[in-house]
Structure formats: C-alpha cells, structure tokens
Design a protein around this ligand. Structure first.
Ligand code: ATP
Ligand code: MG
Length: 375
C-alpha cells in the first residue's frame, strides 16, 4: 500500500498544494526549516491517527489560519481510497475515509500503516523508558484497533485518577471512587501490557537477526519487556489485571502521598541486552545506534508480515547521522514498499532504485527531476 497523492491546506508551514509520490523511493531534499519533516508528519498522520511530534493538534494549523486539511489518496492492492483529516481552531479534528466521516480514529487503523524513523529514534536505546514505550505504542496503535482503544481509555482514566489522588488529603479515608478507577485502569493496563509483551517477543528474533547483519554478526541483541515484579510474560490478560489491581490496592497510600499513579504500564520499559549485558548502561554509541536501527527495521518487517504488504517507511534525516556502513544497510533494505526519505544534502541517495526526487523550499514542494537540488 502506498500514498499516491497528498493534498495539503494550511498544514504547518506547507502551502496549499498537491504532492504526488512514487510508490517506490521518494527523496525529499531542502535546506533546514523548509518543511521536510512537516511533510512526513502529514503522511504519518494517517498511519498513527496523530502527529509523531505535536502535543496539541492546534499546532498543526498554519500560523494565522483558522483551519487546515490533509487528503491522502491511497492505493492498497488494486483499491484506491481517500483519507481526509480536517483541523479547525478550537475544535476537535474530524476524519473521513472515502468521504464518510469516521466515528473514531480506530477506523483509520490499517489503512496506511507507516513506520517512522527520525533522529530522536537513534537514541531510543540510551534515552529514558518513555521513548521505548512510545516505540511500542506507535507500532501497536497501527496494528491493533483494540490497543488504540485501551490506550486512550488508559490515558483518560490515568488523568482522572491522578486528579483524585491530588485532591485527597493523607490521613483521611481514601476517595470512594478509587476502587472503580483502579479496576478499570487495571483492565485497560493489562490489555496494553499483554499486547506489548507479545510485540516485544516478536521483535526480539527479527531485531537480533538485523543487529547481527548490521554489526557483522558478532553481538547478540535481545529484548525483555520489564513490568512490575510478579507479573510475567506468560501471564494471561486476566492474571495481569488481577496482579495490577492487587498492586494498586497495596500501594494506595504511597500513590496518595506521591499524588500520582505508581502502578501500571506507564512505568514499564523494554530492556535491551547485548550479549546479556544491559545496553543502556554499557552500550557504546555505535552499538546503541545499530540496535535502534535494528528495532525500527524489525518493526517494518513485522508490519509487512502482519499486513501482507510493506508499510510506508518514513525516514526523517537519519541517513546523515549514520556512518557509511549503516547507511548502505538501510538503503539496501528498501526494496519493495514505499519509502519517503528526507535529507539536507542532495545527492546523498544517488544509486537508489527507481523513484522520485522532491525539493522543499519555504513550504512549497516541487519535483526535482535530476535530483541535483537545482531547478
Ligand atoms: P530541518 O532540516 O531543520 O529538519 P525541516 O525542513 O524538516 O528542517 P520542518 O521541521 O518541516 O523543517 O519545519 C519547517 C518550519 O515550519 C519551521 O521553521 C517551523 O517554524 C514551521 N512551522 C511549524 N509549525 C508551523 C505552523 N503551525 N504554522 C507555520 N509554520 C510552522
Ligand atoms: Mg526536519
């Protein structure tokens, strides 16, 4: 599946225009701050049903404009589809598929799956646990509608429970509503944990093989999903829910003292081991980057297996950050499937299979046929 065309209106700094893409490799060049990442963000919107970087949807509307819109023309197998997102100041965004309004972002799931890889992902191994949870969330929200539902439910309940804890004074009785929030949080949390543990288990062999291939086979990468003690990778979802609930009850006073939720998958992590040694503490810069690359390419392989076709691969400015060997590795794995790569220097991606060169200048995207960066 691929995006053939994208109609843009007042999205970020991008001007009102239509951009056509090749189903193969698209190389997007341009100076800093011209709109290259914004273009990838627009495409990813239909994969993840949200931005990979904006905290507020309103940020997506061009400064000074009242509304923005994106329309993606997708081809999947032989079927053509249109997906549309409309943003307006002060209102929630509205999504459409083939002209029909969607009642939930869940209905976008699977229509244009995207794997995004940007400079911040190169630090996924060394950064805090949040970046690794985000890796799992961005992938699972696109593969499993039920995951997306559980995640939004979890985030909503988490906010309510945090307010409840903040408003309740130590020394008084625990809030009456707490048991209800705890059991619903435990149920949603168990669903998230179960999916994440399964996904981490699936990533392990794929990422290990990729890591071996990139590094020349000398080191063995493995992943371990780390959750609260006592809960394990073989526990069924009901057992995880019961375990989380028991921990919440046990730690109720501590949660109130801290005025935040201390139990649940928002505290989980993936531990990455290289030859059995934790990478976060001991991995070199190069080893960490290789592992990050292996995780992302493993995600793409799993999507491909799961969907029967490769997802759209969005590579934002990563090539310039990688050495020649790792660049070659990525570029040689691009076959089959649509890829949109951004980079600052034209010519960096010469020798790629058939594709298209695009140039972004001050929010305007033009075809750059000879890939020279000159028009
Ligand atoms: P780099 O090579 O540095 O990564 P880039 O081409 O990827 O640059 P973008 O991140 O796409 O650049 O951003 C381009 C510009 O878009 C920035 O200067 C930013 O100020 C601007 N911008 C972001 N959001 C909006 C908005 N809502 N309205 C107008 N401009 C915006
Ligand atoms: Mg950028």
């Amino acid at each position: 599946m691929y995006i053939a065309r994208l109609d843009l209106r007042d999205f970020r700094n991008l001007t009102t225009q239509t951009v056509s893409f090749s189903p193969h490799v698209n190389v997007v060049t341009g100076d800093n701050a011209q709109g290259k990442s914004n273009l990838l963000e627009a495409v990813f919107y239909f994969g993840g049903g949200k931005s990979f970087r904006a905290r507020r949807e309103q940020e997506l509307i061009r400064f000074g404009a009242a509304a923005a819109a994106l329309t993606a023309h997708i081809v999947s197998g032989r079927r053509a589809q249109t997906l549309e997102a409309r943003f307006s100041a002060g209102a929630r965004r509205v999504l459409f598929a083939n002209g029909v309004k969607l009642s939930s972002p869940r209905e976008l799931v699977g229509r244009l799956p995207c794997v995004f890889f940007g400079p911040e992902d190169l630090d996924i191994v060394r950064a805090g646990a949040a970046s690794r949870r985000r890796f799992l969330d961005l992938a699972l929200c696109q593969l499993r509608p039920r995951y997306l539902t559980a995640l939004s439910e979890y985030v909503r309940l988490y906010g309510h429970k945090t307010r409840l804890l903040r408003d309740s004074r130590p020394g008084t009785a625990l809030p009456d509503a707490l048991p209800v929030f705890n059991s619903r949080l435990a149920a949603a949390g168990a669903a998230l944990t179960r999916y994440r543990m399964d996904f981490a288990a699936r990533v392990t062999p794929a990422a290990a093989a990729l890591h071996g291939a990139i590094s020349g086979g000398r080191e063995a990468l493995s992943l371990r999903y780390v959750t609260h003690g006592g809960l394990g990778p073989d526990d069924p979802e009901e057992a995880l829910a019961a375990g989380l609930l028991a921990l919440m009850e046990e730690r109720a006073e501590a949660e109130r003292a801290a005025a935040r939720c201390l139990v649940g998958p928002h505290r989980d992590d993936i531990e990455l081991l290289l030859d059995g040694v934790p990478m976060r503490a001991f991995g070199s810069q190069g080893q960490s980057r290789t592992a990050a690359l292996a995780l992302k390419l493993a995600e793409r392989d799993i999507f491909r297996e799961e969907l029967g076709e490769p997802p759209v691969l969005l590579l934002d400015d990563v090539l310039s950050e990688l050495d020649g060997r790792r660049q070659d590795f990525i570029l040689h794995r691009l076959e089959g499937g649509q890829v949109i790569i951004t980079c600052c220097e034209p010519g960096r991606t010469t020798g790629l299979p058939e594709g298209k060169n695009l140039l972004v200048e001050a929010g305007r995207v033009t075809a750059d046929d000879d890939g020279s960066g000159n028009r």
